[in-house]
Design a protein around this ligand. Structure first.
Ligand code: SAH
Length: 249
């Protein structure tokens, strides 16, 4: 058989393969979209159940859209991909955890961001919370103390096209003064107190959302609001369980 006579069937085979791949991808995307919708429904149900603590029964529409847009299955370890859209936390490497979707949604909602916001996240982990924020704000600065996790998250976010997220390896206790002041600060690891540096790096009229409490003891998801006059107001929203904020501070 001449090379020429091989060319036609080969081209068909290739085209056929590409067609099958794109049908499979479209199918998979449809399945993931349905799963994300189920995840959002479960989150909304929990919002209703916790209305009295939170002070509202439903999520901001933009937060729902972000939860529907981010492919959570690309942020969890391969062994847990089939559980990616369940409303529960999942393990990451280095004894860390990707928070339950309800908590991610709630923290995002409580941060009250706008499309113009510049946000600091402490505790990049998988990068999932950063990706959710990325859909909603102008820029996300995220700090991760475990180098391997931070590098992995940075690469993952780049590959998925989240261009407005900058990840740095370091101790987020001290914030990121070069990019301060921030329109919102989210801390996704539990601190014994709210770091003074973070309060300083917050714009007046803006919020810090942070789990506060001793490790393994009751922690509270706390919202700190810095008034326009600089006065600090705080509210404990919900009991939560986060991995601890580590570092030498
Ligand atoms: N937001 C993450 C999950 C956070 S888990 C996500 O969406 O996947 C908490 C993360 O905080 C862990 O990755 C942990 O390594 C990190 N961390 C703990 N102490 C830190 C500190 N002092 N500075 C920065 N990151 C810290």
């Amino acid at each position: 058989m001449s090379i020429y006579s091989l060319k036609v069937p080969l081209r068909f085979v290739l085209l056929g393969t590409i067609a099958i791949m794109s049908v499979t991808n479209t199918f998979a995307e449809g399945v993931y979209k349905d799963k994300r919708q189920q995840m959002v429904d479960a989150v909304e149900q929990m919002m209703e159940m916790t209305e009295s603590s939170i002070g509202k029964a439903s999520l901001n529409k933009r937060v729902v859209e972000a939860m529907m847009a981010v492919p959570r299955h690309k942020f969890v370890p391969p062994d847990y991909q089939s559980h990616a859209y369940e409303n529960r936390p999942l393990p990451l490497s280095h004894q860390q955890t990707i928070s339950q979707p309800y908590i991610v949604a709630l923290m995002t909602d409580l941060a009250a961001v706008t499309p113009e916001s510049v946000v600091l996240e402490v505790g990049t982990g998988s990068g999932y919370q950063a990706a959710i924020l990325s859909e909603l704000v102008s820029h996300v600065y995220s700090i991760e103390i475990v180098e391997a996790l931070g590098l992995q998250a940075r690469l993952r976010l780049q590959k998925l096209g989240y261009e407005n997220v900058t990840v740095k390896i370091g101790d987020g206790y001290y914030g990121w003064s070069e990019h301060a002041p921030f329109d919102a600060i989210l801390v996704t690891a539990a601190a014994e107190h709210i770091p003074e540096q973070l309060i300083q790096q917050l714009k007046p009229g803006c919020r810090i959302v942070i789990p506060v409490g001793e490790q393994k003891m009751a922690q509270s998801l706390r919202v700190l609001i810095k008034g326009l006059d600089g006065e600090i107001e705080q509210r404990d929203v919900l009991p939560v369980a986060f991995v601890p904020l580590t570092g030498k501070h």
